[in-house]
Design a protein around this ligand. Structure first.
Ligand SMILES: [Zn+2]
Length: 457
């Protein structure tokens, strides 16, 4: 009797252990199967470590950016398109980890939970394609507009989250890889998509965040005035303006990007309130643009050093900003307060049918404050930058110059069109573009004019 009990117990333990093992295996296959099957050691999918059999990547207009033929990856026939979409499409070897070929390799391989990679091996042509929201012609226009400058630009539809244009420079031609790619200083960081993995000192585009915080926390901010004499003294230090702006109100302070006024506003706010606004807008947080993790923007203001706090409020100090994150912030202002994440993928096929991802919401700001910021950024263009620089765009913007200790400043622009038929926001950074926002303004306008032509006529 005791023997029977022992055997029964042992059997039950074995059955439970077996079921747990099977469960663990099934769970593993469900969650990681695609990743395991598409590891680079799988010679069915890769030859010499590069993707040989994989689905096509198309842009929003059906242009084929890359596809497979006879076990080879074939890229778009235009060198300009290949160069400008390099970081979005990715390379065949996976050096560009945020490229679509790398991020979505499981989907592109045609792997599915029911058939595994059987579908890929036995049904030639049954790999899955991915259609992007990207307009490759817009990318080509943007890339050319950068001229000699390096940098990044991203344009998206702030109402839908569709990422229409995303370019990172320097780039190279995958069909004609430069022999000095890994050695030349020019190509340093070439595998990083700066729109996603770049962080820069924001300079005055940070005043957008400080202005939002002021509207949230300082009740009489719109009736305050400031008397800029070019230097805002704080204890034994100061924050410098590069011009003397004299008597300005809040709007005039933003129009002229007056450091004096914004240092004053920052000290009125204090580190805690400014940080609360910044964090509610995604600073110090891991943001995802669909499946794409962004490099975190960093903001660490402190009340212990008032001079440093003053500089932090105008985007200098230790503050670092990711371009795609900034796109979401201006997108929120344009979109009545709702900041959508930029969304690269339009659709892809799965075993169960076609799937279209929806853009996630990063943050929301009060709609009244969004409307006020929109008005102020429109006023920046009308009263300071000049309508003629952005013809027919009803453009709203804030420019910035990120001062660097050891090189020419980076020029920034963050803005959007207020036209109902052109709901697009844009962020552009031209590295070492020098003072003022010259090159960032030029690149932005050229790309926006392309969209104006294509999408509103
Ligand atoms: Zn000033």
């Amino acid at each position: 009797m005791r023997d029977t009990l022992k055997r029964t117990t042992a059997l039950i333990v074995l059955i439970v252990a077996f079921c747990a093992g099977v469960g663990y295996l099934v769970f593993g296959i469900c969650t990681n199967g695609g990743k395991w099957a598409t590891e680079r050691v799988n010679s069915h999918i890769y030859s010499n470590g590069t993707t040989s059999t994989s689905g096509a990547i198309l842009d929003r207009n059906g242009a084929v950016l890359v596809t497979s033929k006879d076990g080879e990856r074939i890229y778009n026939s235009s060198r300009g398109v290949r160069m400008s979409t390099l970081h979005i499409v990715g390379d065949t070897s996976g050096f560009i980890s945020t490229g679509t070929q790398s991020l979505y390799r499981t989907k592109l391989s045609g792997y599915n939970i029911v058939e595994g990679i059987y579908g890929i091996l036995n049904r030639e042509g049954k790999t899955s394609n991915i259609t992007l929201n990207i307009d490759s012609e817009a990318c080509r226009v943007a890339y050319n507009a950068f001229g000699e400058y390096n940098g990044a630009i991203a344009v998206y539809n702030y109402k839908t989250g569709e990422l229409l244009c995303s370019v990172s420079k320097p780039s190279y031609d995958v069909n004609d890889v430069p022999p000095n790619l890994l050695r030349s200083e020019y190509y340093e960081g070439v595998f990083l998509d700066k729109t996603i993995s770049g962080i820069y000192t924001p300079g005055s585009v940070m005043k957008i965040v400080t202005a939002i915080s002021a509207l949230q926390n300082i009740p009489d901010i719109e009736s305050q005035t400031f008397d800029c004499d070019g230097e805002y003294e704080i204890g034994n230090g100061s924050v410098i303006c590069f011009e003397v702006h004299n008597h300005v109100d809040f709007e005039g302070a933003l129009n002229n990007s007056c450091n004096f006024s914004f240092a004053d506003i920052t000290l009125q706010l204090g580190a805690k309130k400014l940080l609360a606004t910044a964090e509610a807008l995604g600073f110090n947080k891991q943001l995802y643009s669909g499946d794409v993790p962004l490099k975190k923007s960093i903001f660490r203001p402190s009340d212990s050093d008032r001079v440093e706090l003053g500089w932090a409020g105008i985007g200098q100090s230790t503050t670092l900003l990711n371009p795609s994150h900034m796109l979401g912030i201006v997108g929120a202002i344009a979109n009545g307060g709702k900041g959508l994440a930029p969304n690269r993928v339009k659709s892809f096929s799965t075993f169960f049918g076609q799937y279209s991802p929806v853009a996630n919401t990063w943050f929301t700001i009060d709609s009244g404050i969004a409307a006020k910021m929109k008005e102020l950024m429109r006023s920046d263009v009308i009263n300071r930058y000049g309508e003629y620089k952005f013809p027919d765009l009803e453009f709203c913007a804030k420019t910035g110059t990120a001062q660097l200790d050891d090189a020419d400043s980076h020029s920034w622009l963050a803005g959007f069109s207020a036209r109902a038929d052109l709901p697009l926001a844009v962020v552009c950074i031209a590295e070492n573009g020098g003072f003022g926002s010259g090159p960032a303004t030029t690149v932005t306008n050229e790309v926006m004019q392309y969209f104006l032509d294509v999408y509103t006529k």
